[in-house]
Ligand binder design. Structure first.
Ligand code: IPE
Ligand code: IPE
Ligand code: MG
Length: 266
């Protein structure tokens, strides 16, 4: 008889062995959803789900980094999440402080560099400090980029890019003729992730099938996967499984069916 732990380990190994290590999606973005429902299911306060969700961020970061992912973008707090009760918002604003306090040494050990995108000014001072310290402490790591979308909203991001381009046109730094997709992409917050600006794979946990103002420009040709698992239950084996599903898809980018992998983005 298998113990639960043994069963879990063997499931993880079998999912992992199905992954083609030559064709790992370079940029994976995850809408980490379902923390509240995970907690409610256990008759716990919603914030217990966020706490457990933070542990999962650590395990999934390590798993993604080990398997060769270049950028892992995690949607941690949206510009719309301020609508939540103050207690919950406060808890969520404290999470980066707790997370980085505990995990920065681990991130450095795994050569992971932290990046954060979103409106930082609106965040409480202690959250800004935690974020900036983590960015500073990991700045020399040149392995995977762990990119947190924190107080992020894609429409705000697009409007800011348009304003910055308009200013640069007014100041003769850019001509109208120069405005094309590549230039526009540089003005977005993901411009810092070049050459991995756009996710190859977007995963949303918890069964919801919507984008919720995440990376609207960047997901033009991403593969989308929606899984019923709540984020606090998401394990490395779920990630491996989602990567295998990604690898079975035929990414055509508007072209026609090709040899496996031939049409993949750079
Ligand atoms: C995702 O879980 C975390 C954040 C949005 C910060 P939720 O808190 O949205 O969990 P559900 O969707 O209510 O279950
Ligand atoms: C999206 O989840 C935002 C994050 C995961 C941070 P939400 O739970 O806020 O999205 P909706 O409200 O269900 O669309
Ligand atoms: Mg939700």
């Amino acid at each position: 008889m298998f113990s639960n732990k043994k069963k879990k380990d063997s499931q993880e190994r079998s999912e992992k062995s199905a992954v083609d290590l030559q064709r790992i999606p370079k940029h994976i973005a995850i809408i980490m959803d379902g923390n509240g429902r995970w907690a409610q299911q256990r008759h716990l306060p919603r914030v217990a789900g966020h706490k457990q969700g933070m542990e999962v961020v650590e395990t999934i970061t390590k798993a993604a980094s080990k398997i060769g992912v270049k950028v892992l973008t995690l949607y941690a707090f949206s510009t719309e999440n301020w609508k939540r009760p103050l207690d919950e918002v406060n808890f969520l604003m404290d999470l980066p402080v707790k997370f980085f306090d505990r995990f920065v040494p681990e991130l450095i050990k795994h050569n992971v560099r932290v990046n954060v995108m979103g409106d930082e000014e609106q965040l409480p001072k202690k959250t800004q400090e935690a974020v900036n310290n983590a960015i500073e402490q990991t700045k020399d790591c040149d392995g995977m980029i762990l990119n947190f979308a924190l107080n992020y909203g894609s429409r705000t991001e697009i409007i800011a890019a348009v304003k910055n381009i308009a200013t640069d046109v007014k100041n003769d730094k850019v001509t109208t003729e120069q405005i094309d997709e590549d230039l526009f992409a540089k003005y977005l917050l993901t411009g810092q992730l070049t050459p991995y600006n756009d996710p190859d794979l977007l995963i949303r946990t918890s069964g919801e099938q919507r984008i919720s103002n995440f990376l609207l420009w960047q997901i033009a040709y991403s593969e989308l996967e929606f899984t019923d698992t709540y984020w606090p239950d998401y394990l490395p084996e779920n990630l491996y499984h989602d990567i295998v599903v990604f690898q079975q898809r035929d990414r055509r980018f508007g072209g026609i069916k090709t040899q496996k992998g031939e049409n993949e983005s750079k």
